[in-house]
Design a protein around this ligand. Structure first.
Ligand code: MN
Length: 307
């Protein structure tokens, strides 16, 4: 059903940088697609043995104009931010941080973590809320069982469950574990577009085969989505959705703005340690310096026009 075919977005490998760098698989943004709903960034990593990869150790860095969503399949990450939050990101528990006008945070895998595996996602804030105050929300959804799958709804509503977490635009975020050979049909909001990021197994989304690390995009107009696990093991996937985000955004480093000048200003304020971003307490190391600005003006991004 729906007005368009499912589009397959493949990941590119991106080293996160630093001396013991983890590599992530990035599916958003990419040339053919900037956003799915307000979801504007999707990094997928692991399973990585921390003994080999060095794990995650991201020094204090800023964000503006967006929310970060951390969702783990295994391992544990210690989160600290300039709101004063000190939290642990654990499998099956949502941590959603609102950068808004400005926040700084650190993310470090804990010493007990042997395998790190999960996703890091960003949500673009609409213009009227992009200077919202810093915020941090946590939610551990109870897994719900439908015929053929276990579902954890961390944002929005799916299969009769609703997340209490507040968002600035209509959004959906859920983890699905699909039984071997099972097919599950879920009612969805036809005003939403959706992305299915496959972590393990081979999953058909409305008939289109998606392999691990691929993101299947399904446009608006669908009243259901059918997910079929073609593999002999349990499949795991993350379903993202939202109403199309029509604003043009500028993404550079850890900032989202609406103009080149917004980015220049945010960068300058980070470099001079202004109160806009605040201080992260308890991290044993220096803050990350912003990279140099490009010579050219930073171009806005918008989804390409529908073919
Ligand atoms: Mn961050």
């Amino acid at each position: 059903m729906g007005d368009t075919e499912v589009e397959i977005l493949t990941a590119r490998d991106v080293p996160l940088g630093g001396p013991r760098a983890m590599t992530v698989r990035r599916t958003l943004p990419q040339r053919s697609r900037t956003l799915i709903g307000a979801w504007c960034f999707a990094d997928h990593y692991g399973p990585d043995r921390v003994a080999d990869s060095g794990g995650m150790d991201v020094a204090p860095h800023p964000h503006t104009g967006l929310q970060t969503v951390s969702w783990l399949f295994s391992g544990e990450i210690e989160h600290r931010d300039s709101l004063g939050t000190h939290a642990f990101v654990r499998p099956g528990e949502l941590n959603l941080m609102t950068g808004g006008h400005g926040i700084a945070h650190t993310e470090v895998s804990t010493p007990d973590t042997t395998v790190l595996h999960g996703v890091q996602l960003w949500v673009a804030l609409p213009d009227e809320h992009r200077h919202a105050p810093r915020d941090f929300q946590h939610h551990a959804p109870k897994p719900l069982r439908v015929d053929g799958a276990d579902i954890r709804v961390f944002l929005g509503t799916l299969a009769g469950d609703a997340s209490p977490v507040r968002t600035f635009t209509p959004l959906l975020g859920a983890e699905l574990l699909i039984d071997p050979g099972a097919s599950v049909t879920l009612d969805v909001d036809p005003a939403f577009e959706h992305g299915l990021l496959v972590d393990q197994g081979d999953v058909r989304l409305d008939g289109t085969l998606l392999r691990p690390a691929e993101l299947g995009y399904a446009g608006t107009g669908r009243t259901t989505l059918t997910l079929a696990n073609d593999s002999a093991e349990r499949a795991r996937a993350v379903l993202l959705g939202g109403t199309p985000f029509e604003e043009e955004i500028i993404m550079w480093w850890n900032f989202i703005g609406r103009s080149h000048e917004d980015i220049v200003e945010a960068r300058e304020e980070w470099e001079k340690a202004s109160a806009r971003f605040g201080e992260v307490e308890g991290y044993p190391g220096d803050r990350l310096p912003a990279p140099a600005l490009p010579n050219a003006r930073i171009a806005p991004r918008k989804n390409p026009a529908r073919r």
